[in-house]
Design a protein around this ligand. Structure first.
Ligand code: ZN
Length: 297
C-alpha cells in the first residue's frame, strides 16, 4: 500500500488536521542511506514531518526544507518536501553503530542545536523560521517551533517503529493546528483528547491507520476528511542539474579540476546517485561558460 497524507478539519472547521502513514518513505530512506536504528528513527520522523508540512502548503510549486543541526553524533538532518507528496532527506552521519537491542534515543543522537524551516513560496527570498531544539525528539521541537516562530498553537506527533533487522515496520504522524478564534470548549476537548492519546509509536504498534487514529482522537469533537494524497520518497536530481551546479562553480575552478586529468564523481546527498564527468566533459562545460561570457560582452 502506498504512503499517504490525510487532510482533515475538526471541531466545525476550527482545527486543521494532517495525518500520514510513511512506512515506505522511511524504509526507502533507510535502504538508500544505510542508516543504523537511531538514525532511521530520527530521519524517519523528520521525513514524516516533511510529508505533513509539504501537504500543508497552499500552492503546487511551493517547497519546504527542514534542517536540524545538533552537537550529537548524528550532527544533523536535512529534509525537503514539495506540495505534491514528494519528500527526500538525508542524515549528516548515517551509522552510529547503535543496534536494535541497545537503542540510543533520538535526542541523544541529535544533541543540542537548532531547527531551521525554509519555505520557498515563489517569492524572491524564501521564508526562514528558526527555533532552538528543546528536546531533540523532533515532534516536540516542531511544536515549539510553531508556537515560537509562527505563533500557531500546534500539536505534532511522529513515530517510527523498527523490525529487529533494522528495517521499518511502521511510520507515521500527525500535525494538528488551531485556527484563530477557536472556542474554549473545542480547545478543552482537544487537549483532553491529546492527553489521553497514546504515543505515535504505540498507536503504530497497535496497527492503527491514520484514519483510525483520527477517528479515535476526535471521537468527541467530530472530524471531516477533505483529501487523501499519496506521498513518496522522490529525488529530482539529474545529470542536467549537476551540470548546472558545476556551471555555477565557474570556469576558473573547473579548469583547476580538469588539470588533475581524473574522472570526477559527484554524489547526490539525497539519493546517493552518482554522476561521473571525464576531463573532456568538464572541458565542454567550461567551453559553454566561456561562450556565454563572450555572448554577454
Ligand atoms: Zn538525488
Amino acid at each position: 500500500m502506498p504512503d499517504y497524507v490525510i487532510k482533515a478539519t475538526a471541531g466545525n472547521g476550527q482545527i486543521r488536521v494532517f495525518a500520514a502513514t510513511t512506512q515506505n518513505i522511511v524504509e526507502i530512506a533507510h535502504a538508500i542511506h544505510q542508516t543504523s536504528p537511531v538514525v532511521t528513527q530520527a530521519l524517519g520522523r523528520l521525513l514524516t514531518a516533511g510529508s505533513l508540512m509539504g501537504s500543508m502548503m497552499k500552492n503546487a510549486d511551493e517547497m519546504i526544507t527542514l534542517k536540524i543541526a545538533g552537537d550529537g553524533p548524528v550532527k544533523g538532518l536535512l529534509v525537503t518536501a514539495d506540495a505534491n507528496g514528494n519528500v527526500k532527506g538525508y542524515p549528516y552521519v548515517n551509522d552510529l553503530n547503535d543496534s536494535y537491542a541497545s537503542p540510543m534515543s533520538v535526542s541523544e543522537a541529535i544533541g543540542e542545536g537548532s531547527l531551521n524551516i525554509l519555505k520557498d513560496i515563489g517569492l524572491k527570498e524564501p521564508y526562514v523560521g528558526y527555533s532552538p531544539l528543546i528536546s531533540g525528539e523532533i515532534a516536540e521541537d516542531l511544536t515549539y517551533y510553531y508556537a515560537q516562530s509562527e505563533q500557531i498553537p500546534t500539536s505534532v506527533s511522529l513515530g517510527v517503529l523498527l523490525n529487529k533487522d533494522g528495517s521499518v515496520k511502521q511510520a507515521g504522524g500527525f500535525i494538528i493546528q488551531l485556527m484563530p478564534d477557536t472556542d474554549d470548549a473545542t480547545i478543552d476537548a482537544l487537549e483532553k483528547a491529546l492527553a489521553s492519546t497514546p504515543s505515535m509509536t504505540k498507536l503504530l504498534d497497535e496497527g492503527k491507520s491514520p484514519e483510525n487514529i483520527l477517528a479515535e482522537l476526535f471521537k468527541n469533537i467530530g472530524v471531516k476528511i477533505s483529501e487523501i494524497e499519496e506521498a513518496r520518497f522522490f529525488c529530482d536530481c539529474s545529470r542536467n542539474r549537476v551540470i548546472k551546479a558545476l556551471t555555477a562553480i565557474g570556469a576558473a575552478d573547473l579548469i583547476d579540476i580538469i588539470a588533475d586529468q581524473e574522472i570526477i564523481e559527484i554524489k547526490c546527498d539525497f539519493c546517493q546517485e552518482k554522476y561521473h564527468f571525464t576531463p573532456e566533459q568538464l572541458q565542454s562545460i567550461v567551453d559553454l561558460i566561456q561562450n556565454e561570457i563572450k555572448k554577454g560582452e
